[in-house]
Design a protein around this ligand. Structure first.
Ligand code: 2HG
Ligand code: ZN
Length: 465
């Protein structure tokens, strides 16, 4: 049963002209996540074009107890923006709220609507000679509101931190329709509890972010981008230490890919190519600020030592090609067939030991399955993914998904790590949060949820049950 027709009419009127999509063929894209883990059904999709319209919609939803599912670029790995199967939830897309509100190159801030696509925000910052320091494979479609709501990570966390660290001010529509207006670019503002933090990483369960004031940084100058062949993950971690000894905080990215990750990208993604002389058990993609000169190259050569196969990008195009390969690892794996994904973080020094412990246990549970543990090694974050054995039926692997997840996440807990490094909880990891989160922290989360959203209209079933 959907919502009563007259109620839907009232919502549509609030969304304004061109501001709604009725349930049906056109709403399909909003009813499934991009991994196709979930197939929901929406009562309607609303696309308001002003903050006032978002407020009015939320106020009506609160009085009529209608659940809202905030929706950005739909790139969640955890089903965070997908409605449930009831047909009674309204998807609220922020896509039409996509203005660049202001760029301030003196205060080094960028103020944007939540529906602004990340790449557009990056371009606006670059236009003012500044860097917006969030970089993701999905930056051409993900939106700032989603980046904030999931506290997105990506490939420059090592230097600049996650999305939370880019935020100076926020504007949020609360679950009763009021507006929290903290859209300031102040670097210092010690006025009691920092309430805007509650909404970052809350995945739309406490309110709807409509605008943000973000930090800008100087544009990187003469970045050195290089790919280094390594014998494995342990060698990559050793190299990380050496590169950081040599260059300190100028290391902006340090990504690891095992051979299979690269093989699948090369196999399935047109335009992907390996810039090195030969295949190797693993590869590191490293980026270092202000190091693309003779002295920087010499220091990198000293840091890489015996690792002979090193390619330094000689042009922006070559650097982009290295990033293209890295960013298409997920596509290579998904085109290979079914996959199981885990997004874990661990103390960096234990990464290789963790994988060595997990591998034989996984081999016993899912014989022949291929491990692709890759990603943001500089941040201690591995995408600990599995693909079926060559030629094997993906269904067998997927059927073992629950047992594999338990094995991996229990081991992560034993190593003092996190089962969700950067992708968030969404709907996918609600059970995991209950199982692994500190009970006191969980209690605080539930207390906050009950206080801010007593009618549970904001993205129900995500993060908390
Ligand atoms: C990445 O780092 C994304 O490319 C995708 O976070 C991770 O494949 C994945 O699970
Ligand atoms: Zn990632």
């Amino acid at each position: 049963m959907s919502l009563p027709a007259d109620l839907l009419d009232r919502f549509r009127a609030l969304a304004g002209t061109g501001g709604h999509i009725d349930a049906g063929a056109d709403s399909a894209a909003y009813e499934t996540d991009f991994r196709h883990l979930y197939q929901g059904r929406a009562a309607a999709v609303l696309r308001p074009a002003s903050v006032a319209a978002v407020q009015a919609i939320v106020a009506l939803a609160a009085s009529e107890r209608v659940a809202l599912v905030p929706h950005g670029g739909n790139t969640s790995y955890c089903g965070g923006a997908t409605p449930d199967e009831s047909g009674r939830e309204i998807v609220l897309s922020l896509a039409r709220l996509n203005a660049i509100r202001a760029v301030d190159p003196v205060g080094n801030t960028l103020t944007v609507d939540a529906g602004c696509v990340l790449a557009a925000a990056q371009v606006a910052a670059a236009g003012a000679g500044r860097l917006l320091a969030l970089s993701l494979g999905s930056e051409g479609s993900c939106q700032i509101g989603g980046n904030l709501s999931t506290n997105a990570g990506g490939t420059s966390v090592l230097r600049y931190g996650m999305m939370r660290e880019q935020v100076l001010g926020l504007e949020v529509v609360l679950p009763d329709g009021r507006l929290l207006d903290q859209l300031r670019g102040l670097r210092k503002d010690n006025t009691g509890y920092d309430v805007k933090q509650w909404f970052i990483g809350a995945e739309g369960t406490l309110g709807i972010i409509t605008g943000a004031c973000l930090k800008l940084h100087p544009l990187p100058r003469a970045p050195l981008t290089a790919m280094v062949a390594v014998p494995g993950l342990a060698a990559a971690v050793t190299l990380l230490g050496r590169v950081r000894d040599a260059f300190g905080d100028a290391v902006t990215a340090f990504e690891f890919m095992p051979e299979l990750a690269v093989t699948l990208a090369l196999r399935h993604v047109a335009g992907a190519r390996l810039p090195l002389a030969a295949a190797a058990p693993g590869y590191v993609l490293v980026e270092i600020d202000a190091a693309d000169d003779a002295a920087g190259h010499a220091r990198l050569a000293a840091a890489t030592g015996d690792l002979a196969d090193v390619a330094i990008a000689a042009s922006t195009e070559q650097a982009q090609a290295m990033w293209f390969l890295r960013e298409h690892v997920p596509e290579g794996q998904s085109r290979e067939g079914a996959s199981l994904k885990h997004d874990v973080s661990l103390p960096v020094a234990t990464l290789a030991e963790f994988v060595a412990c997990a591998e034989p246990r996984l081999a016993a549970l899912v014989p022949g399955a291929r491990l692709i543990a890759y990603g943001h090694v500089g941040d201690g974050n591995l995408h600990f993914n599995l693909s079926p054995a060559p030629g094997a039926d993906g269904q067998t692997l997927l059927a073992a998904g629950g047992a594999v997840r338990r094995l991996v996440h229990d081991l992560v807990r034993d190593f003092g790590g996190s089962f969700s490094a950067e992708h968030g909880i969404g709907r996918l990891k609600v059970d995991e949060l209950e199982r692994y989160e500190d009970p006191v922290a969980l209690d605080l989360m539930r207390t906050l949820k009950a206080a801010l959203d007593p009618h549970r209209i904001m993205n129900p079933g995500k993060v908390l049950r």
